[in-house]
Design a protein around this ligand. Structure first.
Ligand SMILES: Cc1cc2nc3c(=O)[nH]c(=O)nc-3n(C[C@H](O)[C@H](O)[C@H](O)COP(=O)(O)OP(=O)(O)OC[C@H]3O[C@@H](n4cnc5c(N)ncnc54)[C@H](O)[C@@H]3O)c2cc1C
Length: 290
């Protein structure tokens, strides 16, 4: 079966086509979609290429909010001084994402819309309390990033809707740690088995006065682990305390997934990765940014 290909010139034209036709599938970088098409998981009749829509290609700040267009590629995230300054966790994620060829075409919008549990950008977006701005012919709505997936590979977008951009709260001033970590089966070009994103700030006495922490890949959808944040807030990290917090992260993961055969590996792996990520906090005065 042949597939029609349409590249609209602007957002209004794209939204008009989405309204007019029921048989349209949104295409961005194609790094997920074309794989699914080749394996016949999907059989799109018409591909609507949004990858060059100017409205989806911007990185900008507005009223203190960082806005990232859905069609911004992972390489563009990596090259952006604004992202390095305002969203260092996302920059760290971009650095460890796929290969250069993949980063050059894969978009942040496609990563979120695909809703793979291992989608690397979602945990960083969670620690930035990001919202997706969703456009439809009738207007726009915002969706919290944690609500975008109804389950693995189940995007909540209705037919006719597309993600225009993401709005992020910038990294607060004076943060001592802003990091993204992942582990997979290989060092490079590996699907994440566990990913973590965190921002932590210590007060003058060395106590945690700000923390956001999210985990991806090892739960059906990425989650913010507020239990771990609450456990550490107001306390001074030492190795024993971070070890306990890591155990709490592992227990929180198990509470979400239930005990599976992989728990024997994942529980200590989550605890160990957490300790590795947080260990710069044990060296006071040393800021650690991804
Ligand atoms: C070799 C290889 C390595 C990879 N490595 C990684 C990795 O390290 N980390 C990682 O997280 N992923 C990785 N991926 C997966 C993939 O690259 C990402 O998920 C990518 O970000 C998807 O974006 P895309 O632009 O290619 O989306 P596409 O494949 O074009 O689309 C994906 C889905 O999103 C929908 N979509 C796209 N844009 C929009 C929009 N604006 N609004 C609504 N729906 C939209 C499409 O309809 C489709 O359902 C890898 C893939 C490959 C092939």
């Amino acid at each position: 079966m042949s597939t029609e290909y349409i590249r609209p010139q602007g957002l209004d034209e794209a939204l008009g086509l989405l309204q007019e036709r029921q048989d349209v599938t949104i295409l961005a970088g194609g790094t997920d979609l074309m794989v699914d098409r080749r394996s016949e998981k999907i059989r799109p009749r018409c591909l609507l290429d949004v990858s060059r829509l100017p409205e989806l290609r911007r990185i900008r700040t507005r009223d203190g909010v960082l806005e990232i267009g859905a069609a911004v590629t992972i390489s563009e995230l990596l090259a952006s001084g604004t992202i390095a300054r305002m969203a260092p966790v996302l920059a760290g994620c971009a650095r460890r994402f796929g290969s250069r060829q993949i980063r050059n075409v894969a978009t942040i919008g496609g990563n979120v819309a695909h809703c793979a549990p291992c989608g690397d950008t979602i945990a960083p977006l969670l620690v930035h309390e990001a919202q997706a701005v969703v456009a439809a012919p009738g207007g726009t709505r915002t969706v919290d990033i944690g609500e975008m997936a109804g389950g693995p590979y189940q995007c909540i977008l209705a037919p006719g809707e597309l993600i225009r951009c993401f709005r992020l709260k910038p990294c607060p001033a004076g943060v001592d740690l802003a990091d993204f970590q992942k582990i997979g089966r290989r060092r490079e070009l590996a699907i994440s088995r566990i990913s973590m994103a965190a921002m932590v700030r210590l007060d003058d006495d060395g106590g945690v006065d700000f923390m956001r922490f999210a985990v991806g890949a090892c739960t059906p959808t990425p989650h913010r682990f507020r239990e771990v944040e609450d456990f550490l807030l107001g306390r001074r990290p030492d190795e024993g305390l971070l070890w306990q917090a890591g155990r709490l992260a592992a227990d929180t993961m198990i509470a979400i997934t239930g005990t599976r055969p992989s728990a024997a590996y994942k529980q200590p792996a989550v605890q160990g990765l957490f300790l590795r990520m947080m260990s710069p906090l044990l060296q006071p005065g040393r800021k650690s940014h991804a």
